[in-house]
Design a protein around this ligand. Structure first.
Ligand SMILES: Nc1ncnc2c1ncn2[C@@H]1O[C@H](COP(=O)(O)OP(=O)(O)O)[C@@H](O)[C@H]1O
Ligand SMILES: [Mg+2]
Length: 321
């Protein structure tokens, strides 16, 4: 027999809720009801419509979603290149809405690194891979003395080696393949040892084999350097390789897939089990997958029932006799 919670239980739980720590207090990236409205020629586009997202330190996660769903808008905000219209965005303890211009520059140089889809946007064409990777350190003023310059040359070579493009150190972008260019771009992004690496469709222009190698470089950075990484991707293969994939729909996070390895007790085989979750926002709003609601003919209104360990959702039966 299941017993439904009493009003007393619910009141008690509400009191517990009030004592809970603030939303995202321990996350490295916190987006709280983030809104970005673009106005062009008097026409408003709501690119982000109250997006909630938490990313923990050390995560390697993917963002997926249809074209125009707001992924790049979100990445530009997290990169400190654009500012939200409303809501809150905090990254590594910094408030992206109120950050002063000077702090924003330091943030872009030292806290986040980014890799874009267009290989040409990531690298300067007249510099070699090693020179490209050294540039962010020079811009941050970290190479003023001969000693620090030597240390940083060492770091550049280590990075290129880690990303398996040591042989490209003296090559300019046009002398590298698309995959090598993107790995050099990752080296540039990691040069100042950022807490976060953001990548917007970094494998979008690559074939699947090359994309695999570039993704391996992201994984290495995450494993070896502990960098928190957020990758926007259309590539199902990439999305399937991370532990957590968050889907964005119409400027909001909608569902999330978590994958974990399970060892079959009988056979000893390890399999990856993926499970899909719906996002529950702080107002209690839940987006049900369209194929679920369609299958049961649910629209406009559903019936809810609170049980001891779950909530039942039924098609609207109020019109029936
Ligand atoms: N600078 C801009 N000015 C006006 N509209 C924009 C701008 N950037 C993005 N948008 C609009 O915002 C929406 C989301 O775009 P975007 O974030 O680029 O989506 P995605 O990266 O998921 O394809 C789209 O409707 C797009 O046209
Ligand atoms: Mg985009």
């Amino acid at each position: 027999m299941t017993t439904n919670p009493t009003l007393n239980d619910l009141t008690h739980r509400a009191a517990q809720d009030r004592d809970r720590p603030a939303y995202g207090h321990d996350a490295l990236i916190t987006c709280d009801r983030l809104v970005r409205i673009f106005t062009t020629d008097g026409v408003e586009v709501q690119a982000l419509q109250g997006l909630d997202l938490l990313v923990r330190e050390g995560e390697l996660m993917a963002l997926v979603g249809a074209s125009g769903s707001g992924k790049s808008t979100l990445m530009n905000i997290l990169a400190g290149l654009d500012t939200p219209t409303a809501g809150a965005a905090r990254v590594a303890g910094r408030d992206l809405l109120t950050m002063a211009a000077k702090d924003r520059l330091a943030y872009r140089r030292e806290v986040v690194g980014f890799v874009w889809q267009q290989t040409s946007r990531n690298l300067l064409p007249y510099l070699t891979a090693a020179q490209n990777a050294a540039l962010p350190m020079q811009l941050a003023g970290r190479t003023r003395t001969p000693r620090s310059r030597r240390a940083h040359t060492g770091r550049v070579l280590e990075l290129l080696d880690l990303l398996e493009i040591a042989d490209c150190r003296d090559r300019r972008p046009h002398q590298m393949s698309g995959g090598q260019q993107q790995r050099a771009a990752i080296a540039v992004a990691l040069a100042n040892n950022p807490a976060i690496l953001l990548a917007d469709e970094p494998t979008g222009e690559l074939d699947s084999h090359t994309a695999e190698q570039v993704f391996a470089a992201f994984r290495t950075a995450n494993d070896q350097l502990g960098t928190t990484i957020v990758i926007v991707t259309h590539d199902q293969a990439v999305a399937g390789e991370v532990r957590r994939t968050v889907a964005i729909r119409d400027g909001r996070t909608s569902t999330e897939v978590l994958r974990r390895s399970e060892v079959d007790a009988a056979t000893g085989h390890e399999t990856v089990v993926a499970r899909e979750y719906a996002m529950l926002d702080r107002a209690g709003r839940l987006q049900l997958p369209a194929d679920y609601t369609r299958a049961l003919g649910m629209r406009d209104r559903v019936a809810l029932q609170l049980e001891a360990d779950h909530i039942g959702v039924w098609p609207d039966d109020s019109e029936r006799g």
